[in-house]
Design a protein around this ligand. Structure first.
Ligand SMILES: *[C@@H]1O[C@H](CO)[C@@H](O)[C@H](O)[C@H]1NC(C)=O
Length: 139
């Protein structure tokens, strides 16, 4: 009986050890993709930053994307925000500002944000489809 208990205890210890080992090595490498799917000839201006990094203003041409990679920390506390704007055919500028990455943004290893005429779409990897999460504000 004692032998059996020792075996179960060893097994439990092993499971706990493997568990913590994977947890401590879990530093996911994340890729953020900001895609311009607006209109041909319409550039998308964007400015993304985290608490530590300011990526600066970028201009993304139609059907192209701006992307970057970073390693999140163990507690997944990294957050990135972006400011987006573009000039419509009516000469009015649209903008939107939102969290592109945080614990509550559910991406796999890649977060895809697609800017379209009627708003900003986020790729839901579980449903394997884009859904509109934000509409555009007008200046
Ligand atoms: C990242 O963006 C560049 C253009 O800025 C593009 O050429 C490249 O294919 C993109 N990378 C990925 C992994 O989509």
């Amino acid at each position: 009986m004692a032998k059996r208990h020792a075996f179960v205890l060893t097994l439990l210890l092993l499971v706990a050890l493997i568990n913590s080992a994977t947890a401590w090595t879990f530093h996911p490498k994340m890729h953020i993709h900001m895609i311009n799917n607006l209109w041909p000839g319409t550039p998308l201006n964007l400015h993304c930053k985290s608490a530590d990094d300011d990526l600066g203003w970028k201009e993304v041409r139609y059907n192209e994307e701006y992307n970057w990679t970073f390693t999140d920390n163990f507690i997944r506390s990294t957050m990135f925000w972006c400011n987006l704007n573009w000039l419509g055919g009516d000469r009015k500028r649209r903008w939107q500002s939102f969290e592109v990455y945080s614990k509550s943004v559910k991406c796999d290893k890649n977060c895809f944000w697609s800017s379209r005429g009627d708003g900003i779409y986020f790729f839901d990897y579980q449903k394997q489809d884009y859904f509109r999460l934000f509409e555009w504000n007008y200046v």
